[in-house]
Structure formats: structure tokens, C-alpha cells
Design a protein around this ligand. Structure first.
Ligand code: C5P
Length: 224
């Protein structure tokens, strides 16, 4: 029989970009493909977990056997994440837009002689930090991602502390790596060991496909 190390566990995963509306026909987005988060959802499902995947707009089919909630904006993603709790494990792989447009147009913005429309930005909720800091429903294991183009490990370590999560999967997304939208990923797993006085360890993995990263991450989760 196939081993099911996550049988009986409920795993909540976010994936993909968010779209932040400017007006009814325009939005702000980013280059996330959702591949890494979808691969983690598939790997967790294969490991026997009950998986809820909250995804922004992506060009990927729903992974079989996974409950998928499709959303567009960061605020909708937070709503669906909260609705999916409680969970044993939460993995936040989505590339959530940091900002949204404050003065979203109810109608399509038109060119006028007054020049370009001013776009006011406001901060989006931080889903990872919000869930990590929940007093009661915080999942026992919360994992975030850190996509950086410089000072990868240092930035990821401070992110771990600031967001209040347990592990960070740090990945280098400099354009030369081809990670954004590509099939491969080079990651470092940064974890806070509660049993060892909160000691932080960095585990650097070789370059792998996003599927292999997912399987490896799920194996670490199963061992934790
Ligand atoms: O701060 P930064 O966006 O680099 O943090 C990345 C991590 O935080 C990822 O796990 C991402 O899914 C999560 N995040 C979030 N909500 C936000 C911003 C980031 O859940 N608004």
C-alpha cells in the first residue's frame, strides 16, 4: 500500500497571484504562476491529507481530490482562508499583492484632458501574518514563502520573526533564475525549532523541479 503520512490532517494552502482591481476591466497583478502552491497541494493530497487550496487567478487545472476555492483579490483570499480554518498545517505560497487600489473606479476609467488618473494605493492584509498571530485558530504548523531577489537568507529570517510563522521556504526569484513562471526552484528551508529554544536552522536544498520541492516539503511536514 502507498504510505499516507498525512492521513487525517487538514492542510490549507494558498497559491498564485492576486488581482487587485483598478476599475471593472483593469487590475494590478504579478508574475506568479501558482505552480509551486499547486504542486504542494497535489503532494499533500497524495500523502493522504484533506487539502483546501485557495488560489488566485492561474492557468492551472484544479488538482484531483483537492477542494479549490478560486479568488481574485487579497481580501477575498483572506476571507476564504479564514473560512477554511481550522487546519493542522497552513502553507502560504501565494504571491499576494502588497497593495491594492484605494480609489477603485466603479466605471471604466476614461482618458480625459485632465491627464492621467491618480492611483492611490493602500496596504492589503497580510494573510500569513494574520493567521500566524491568531489567538485560538492558529494552525499548529504555519509555513510561509519568501521570494527575494537579494539577501535571501537574511530577509527570510527576519520575515520568519516578523510574520510569526514556524517555517519559511526562501526562494531566489532573480530574473536570471527563471523561477517565476518556470518549472524549477532552488529553495532554503528556514525553520524555528520550538523544542530547541526557538533555534533557527537553514537547510539549503539543491535545484529541483517544483514537484520535487513540494514532495520534499510534504515529507518534512510529515516528520515534524
Ligand atoms: O512579505 P512577503 O510578501 O515577501 O511575504 C511572503 C509570504 O507572506 C508568503 O508566504 C506570502 O504568501 C505571504 N503573504 C500573505 N499576505 C500578504 C503578503 C504576503 O499571506 N499580503
Amino acid at each position: 500500500p502507498v504510505p499516507k503520512p498525512l492521513a487525517g490532517k487538514r492542510v490549507l494552502i494558498t497559491a498564485g497571484p492576486t488581482h487587485e482591481p483598478i476599475d471593472p476591466v483593469r487590475y494590478i497583478a504579478n508574475r506568479s504562476s501558482g505552480k509551486q502552491g499547486f504542486a504542494i497541494a497535489a503532494a499533500a493530497q497524495a500523502a493522504g491529507a484533506e487539502v483546501i487550496l485557495v488560489s488566485g487567478p492561474v492557468d492551472l487545472g484544479d488538482p484531483p481530490g483537492v477542494t479549490v476555492r478560486h479568488v481574485e483579490s487579497a481580501r477575498q483570499m483572506l476571507e476564504q482562508v479564514q473560512a477554511a480554518l481550522p487546519a493542522d498545517i497552513a502553507i502560504f505560497a501565494a504571491a499576494v499583492a502588497d497593495w491594492r487600489v484605494a480609489n477603485e473606479g466603479e466605471q471604466k476609467l476614461k482618458k480625459t484632458s485632465a491627464g492621467m488618473p491618480p492611483l492611490q494605493l493602500v496596504e492589503n492584509p497580510d494573510i500569513l501574518a494574520t493567521i500566524s498571530k491568531l489567538p485560538e485558530k492558529r494552525p499548529p504548523l504555519v509555513i510561509g514563502f519568501a521570494a527575494e531577489t537579494e539577501h535571501l537568507i537574511d530577509n527570510a529570517k527576519s520575515k520568519l520573526a516578523r510574520k510569526g510563522c514556524d517555517w519559511i521556504v526562501a526562494n531566489d526569484v532573480s530574473p536570471a533564475t527563471g523561477v517565476m513562471g518556470g518549472d524549477r526552484n532552488t529553495v532554503h528551508l528556514i525553520s524555528k525549532n520550538a523544542a530547541k529554544n526557538g533555534e533557527i536552522t537553514v537547510d539549503s536544498w539543491p535545484v529541483m523541479t517544483k514537484e520535487q520541492v513540494a514532495i520534499e516539503l510534504v515529507a518534512h511536514v510529515a516528520k515534524s
